[in-house]
Design a protein around this ligand. Structure first.
Ligand code: GDP
Length: 139
């Protein structure tokens, strides 16, 4: 059965470019419930840990440098079938391939700086949410 939770980050370039409000508006309009949210910043070491599944990839260091380069917004979202529904809202990893009207199509500046993160499974949604938020910070 599909889960109700997913996890997202608004990445540093999208924050710097002033897109927090527009992206949250799209999340609200798509009827996700925000159950936890904060503006924060990843250290390089925390970014390495978050993206450790990619540690053998050639882009791993660049990705960790980028993700620790500025403020991010981290949030836990709820909706029926949340992981799949959110990945549909954000669009393909590479914004060149993202559908019109998706968050990445509208706000990404490159493959790496693709505006937002979205969990890829129910299991990772829980792990990633717990990476940023304690039980007491989820409402
Ligand atoms: P996602 O689940 O759609 O975010 O995609 P992945 O889990 O495959 O990749 C994680 C993140 O790494 C992506 O969101 C991009 O920011 C970055 N990324 C993925 N592929 C590449 C790549 O080929 N080059 C670079 N520079 N970054 C990439």
């Amino acid at each position: 059965m599909s889960g109700y939770k997913t996890f997202t980050m608004i990445k540093p370039t999208a924050v710097k470019n002033g897109h927090i409000g527009s992206i949250l508006d799209m999340i609200n309009n798509a009827e996700f419930r925000i159950v936890a949210m904060k503006l924060t910043k990843l250290s390089y070491e925390r970014a390495e840990k978050f993206y450790s599944v990619h540690k053998e990839k050639p882009f791993y260091q660049d990705l960790c440098t980028f993700m620790s380069s500025g403020s991010i917004v981290a949030a836990v979202l709820e909706k029926e079938n949340a992981v799949e529904a959110y990945r549909k809202l954000i669009g393909a990893t590479n914004p060149d391939n993202a559908a019109e009207g998706t968050i990445r199509k509208l706000y990404a500046t490159s493959l790496q700086e693709n505006a937002v993160h979205g969990s890829d499974s129910d299991e990772n949604a829980i792990i990633e949410g717990d990476f940023f938020f304690s039980t007491l910070e989820k409402y």
